[in-house]
Design a protein around this ligand. Sequence first.
Ligand SMILES: Nc1nc2c(ncn2[C@@H]2O[C@H](COP(=O)(O)OP(=O)(O)OP(=O)(O)O)[C@@H](O)[C@H]2O)c(=O)[nH]1
Ligand SMILES: [Mg+2]
Length: 440
Amino acid sequence: MREILVLQLGGFGNKMGVKFWEEMFKDSKFEIDNNLHEQSNILQLNTSNVVYYNLQQKIPLPRSIQVDLGQDLPFTNIELNPCNQFSFNYSSGNNFGYVKNNCCNEIVDIIMDSIRQEIEQCDSFQGFQIFASIIGGTGSGLSAVLSQTLKDEYYDTIIQCNLLVPSIKQNDVIVVSPYNSGLALKHLMDSAEQLIFFDNEGIKQNLSRIGIQFDYQDANLHIAQTICCNSSPFRNPGDINSCLRKLSTNLIPFPDYKLLTCSMTNNQQSDYYNEYQKMDEYQIFKELMSTDHNSTITDYFQGRYLAAALSIRGEISNKEIYKYCSNFNYFLEDKDYKTRARKRFEGVNMFFTSICKRKFQNYEFFGSSIIHSNSINQQLDNLSEKFKKMYLKKSYLHKYIQEGIDDQEFVEAQSRLDDIRYQYQINKDRNQWENQEYWE
Ligand SMILES: Nc1nc2c(ncn2[C@@H]2O[C@H](COP(=O)(O)OP(=O)(O)OP(=O)(O)O)[C@@H](O)[C@H]2O)c(=O)[nH]1
Ligand SMILES: [Mg+2]
């Protein structure tokens, strides 16, 4: 089996990670107290091996490592391997520099030891999933340093980062979030293969559409279910057995284009409704490609779709879904949407679709998508603008310089951000696929 190791870093990474494992357990039909449910069959046990171990002993343990610099790993009823839980006595001070240049020197070796032991137990290891926010110090610093170290040591594995990023409109609770995010992104762009963005503002919009007031619990559930569904083709037998590497191949057209967003169908929130709204293929496809269901605040219609990976669960007609995929331009009668949706690389199939007939938990239909669109530039523009404003005034800079992050690193982070934005921008302005050079 192609095993995956989950790394939960910092406050958000750990809280969302716990939710993620709770959802995974429900999906695998394990009871929360780690005991195997009667319904689990052999095939499922074999495929579950991707994310759990110890299955033969009938006490599944998530293959995951939790790290937080403060002593506040969240409580959970799920049994996690205590050897893989690391909490220290540091205070990051919300400072990327302090974590990268001070804490990491002391703790990276300990964490890497644990990672090495995990990987040695695997048959055919495929890669890492990192959960972290790059807003605070711990998440940004640890994810940057760890992903770099992992890339150096396990160069042929895939690193997928699920990142909470600063919101566009809303001001963050952390003043220096543009610095932390900008500096972390510079490192992550070099070492990780996929960077999937979530932002609290986008999640808030998703929740409020279905009448739920935003709080961290619900937001984390939303994100956890999205990631869980995204990764379900890795664990479940279906038409296409997907893996992290296949996702990378299909979603990343050029080396520097690796910023992705997610969407999820609505029906999972039926817990909050008395009435269950039954969905059909049309509704599912529409929701997965729609801007309203986006996990960030960016508007897909302001850019161009480059690629999309759909992952759908339930007794659903493959034929119908493939039909909507190939007729994406025309899949809505709504004229307005139609013209906007046509803004993609015309004539090129951009869909990587996995349909798994096994239901997701108790939901009849369930779907999530990872979307690659250059509308992500809205997020980058905002980040870059805030970064620049602070840097020009040199505000808060001394805190980072004290911790050994020099001016040069800030300049490099800024120019890296501008670089990525520029690349996505030229893609937006002219259709590169029509440019002969790229075909010859
Ligand atoms: N959705 C969601 N957002 C969270 C949660 N916890 C914190 N955040 C957001 O994440 C950002 C802070 O990130 P944390 O993960 O707490 O920071 P950290 O990585 O632990 O870093 P430091 O505490 O600065 O060392 C803030 O913008 C919070 O709004 C959570 O459980 N869910
Ligand atoms: Mg913290």
